[in-house]
Write a protein that binds this ligand. Structure first.
Ligand SMILES: O=P(O)(O)OC[C@H]1O[C@@H](O)[C@H](O)[C@@H](O)[C@@H]1O
Length: 314
């Protein structure tokens, strides 16, 4: 089944499922625990999706997942209790999409960190429901004249979010210009954990990494990664599967076309300087998948890159 939807969508009723257009503050304040963020927030629209397989919230800003909870299981993603819901500002948590570059732009360091797409409104296109109840929502982004003044490569992106018991994300990025375009990106997932000091990350053992806490010096991950203080590491050309081993559950991150793995948690000292993290740093780890640093792409004029990522829990 397919339904034509627009950003003016108010509610879309599907079989055993519905999607409501709401404000971010109303969704998260209603659920409790997010009241600290309410003060003075300018707010932005989100899609609250209730299906037979899961509960999910997706912001139109950045096509950013803010919540994903498979039916009968606990929340997979972390959204900071101090997150600001303000149009044009980055939101701390969920799955921001860093595009068309990841982190500090390696060719022009004064550009905004993590690209131009995460703080702009994406357009909701088609919404489809398959016979098995899985819902796929498609979002599109295209760089504007303002973006081109900042970064002279016309770029478009299409994100398909698949809402089942697992979360699927498929990102297609196209170079719409006449020149080759340097492209790096990441699906910058924040995962909810019981206590960052209790978790370990598998799937990167034995790999080289660039240590962002030591001027990107190259080191080797000799054992499963654990957290005791700030961790900010980039593992190139890894791909495959990473597993977050937590006290109560394992979370699986699988991907293709997104070979770089970035693992980040600021630790107590840096988090204390971040207005939207503070003491809450203990409740998340970022395990991000993308193409960055040595995996950065040079997209020929008119060509596309595709990345697929799937998140699941036991
Ligand atoms: O504060 P931002 O722009 O959302 O970035 C958060 C973090 O994102 C991670 O991907 C980077 O490796 C870190 O260096 C960075 O601090």
């Amino acid at each position: 089944m397919s339904a034509d939807t627009k950003a003016s969508l108010d509610v879309l009723e599907l079989r055993n499922a519905h999607i409501h257009l709401r404000s971010a503050s109303s969704v998260f304040n209603k659920q409790g625990g997010f009241s600290e963020s309410g003060e003075g927030a300018a707010d932005f629209p989100v899609l609250e999706c209730v299906t037979e397989h899961c509960y999910a919230v997706i912001a139109l800003q950045g096509a950013q997942l803010l919540s994903f909870r498979p039916t009968g299981k606990s929340e997979v993603l972390w959204l900071s209790p101090l997150a600001k819901f303000s149009l044009g500002d980055a939101v701390r948590g969920g799955i921001p999409i860093c595009l068309p570059w990841f982190g500090v732009n390696r060719h022009q360091a004064d550009l905004p960190k993590h690209g131009i797409a995460r703080t702009q409104l994406w357009t909701l296109g088609d919404v489809q429901q398959a016979d098995d109840g899985i819902i796929r929502l498609c979002f599109t982004f295209r760089s504007s004249d303002n973006d081109l003044a900042l970064y002279p490569y016309p770029v478009s992106a299409e994100l398909t979010v698949e809402l089942g018991e697992e979360l699927g994300m498929s990102l297609q990025v196209a170079n719409e210009g006449d020149e080759p375009m340097p492209l790096s990106f990441a699906l910058h997932s924040y995962f909810s954990v019981s206590d960052v000091q209790q978790v370990s990350i598998a799937g990167i053992d034995g790999r080289d990494y660039l240590d962002n806490c030591q001027d990107l010096s190259r080191c080797v991950q000799s054992e499963p990664l654990t957290f005791n203080g700030e961790i900010d590491r980039v593992y190139e050309a890894v791909g495959g599967r990473q597993v977050i081993h937590d006290d109560e559950r394992d979370v699986y991150i699988d991907g293709e076309g997104c070979d770089t793995v970035v693992v980040w948690n600021p630790g107590a000292v840096l988090a204390g300087k971040m207005a939207d993290v503070g003491p809450h740093y203990q409740r998340y780890v970022c395990v991000e998948r993308g193409m960055a640093f040595g995996d950065e792409l040079m997209l020929a004029a008119g060509s596309e890159a595709t990345a697929n990522m799937r998140l699941s829990t036991d």
